[in-house]
Design a protein around this ligand. Structure first.
Ligand code: PEP
Ligand code: MN
Length: 264
């Protein structure tokens, strides 16, 4: 299997623009859940860049539980993401939800995100496998580690070698957190696969008070990076406001992670 350790003995790394993920280099992906407009994204990007984030995130196509919730700005949002990423010299990542959107999203982004809800959308996986962009593949909320690796296989087998996995929590009986973060997925994946894996404590916990410690735990567990939502005004955010870190919290977190990474 192309994702397996047997196929590729050493850790592989993936370039997103000039940013290397894996093989000792950490992806610090940060930004708002959704792109809400130029001004808001510009403000958030300025803060996350100052904190040391190296990839900017933001959703233009949002997979919302309710069809009446904000669905994202679509192509207008993609244009804003591209402009702001260029302004702060950060490559950008954004979610693509439908195989028919892959070409459009590729025109604006440096990395394609496949969301948890689409981890087994096999046509989407194949289409992203044909694209010339790295892929951030999030673990489905009820997917096993084996399922995640088989989904990566769909992308790899179409010829795209640049896959980064993301642990973002799975559903459980615990109802004080949004999902249950499976930290063991990091060393578990590393034992079976050469692909980089990062952790998203924002969607995993849904709680800003838990995100910093789970980011530190991720780095300590050998994760190749983190994926965190940041908003300068969470109470006004159009999606996932309650789980967003404030800019100063992100700054503190990044300082702690730098210290931790240099101590490892
Ligand atoms: C996101 O990253 O904005 C997102 C929707 O995440 P997930 O697919 O992990 O729920
Ligand atoms: Mn979100």
């Amino acid at each position: 299997k192309l994702a397996s350790r047997e196929f590729h003995k050493s850790d592989s790394s993936v370039y997103v623009g000039k940013v290397k993920i894996g093989g000792g280099s950490l992806a610090m992906i940060a930004g708002p859940c959704a792109i809400e407009g130029y001004e808001v994204l510009d403000t958030i990007a300025k803060y996350v860049k100052a904190g040391g984030a190296n990839i900017l995130r933001g959703g233009a196509f949002k997979p919302r539980t309710s069809p009446y919730a904000f669905q994202g700005m679509g192509e207008d949002g993609l244009k804003i993401l591209r402009d702001v990423g260029d302004k702060y010299d950060m490559p950008v990542v954004t979610e693509v939800m439908d195989p028919r959107q892959v070409d459009l999203v590729c025109r604006y982004t440096d990395m394609l995100q496949i969301g948890a809800r689409n981890m087994q959308n096999f046509d989407l996986l194949k289409e992203c496998g044909k694209a010339m962009k790295p892929v951030l593949l999030k673990r489905g909320m009820s997917a096993t580690v084996k399922d995640l690796l088989m989904s990566a296989e769909y992308v790899l087998s179409e010829g795209n070698k640049d896959v980064v996995l993301c642990e973002r929590g799975v559903r459980s009986f615990e109802d004080s957190t949004r999902n249950m973060l499976d930290m063991s997925a990091v060393p578990n994946v590393k034992g079976q696969s050469h692909l980089p894996i990062i952790v998203d404590p924002s969607h995993a916990t849904g709680r800003p008070d838990l995100i910093p410690s789970m980011c530190r735990a991720s780095v300590a567990a050998g994760s190749d990076g983190i994926h965190v939502e940041v908003h300068n005004c969470p109470e006004k955010a159009l999606s996932d406001g309650p789980q967003a870190l404030l800019p100063h919290q992100f700054l503190d977190l990044m300082g702690d992670l730098r210290k931790l990474a240099s101590a490892l």
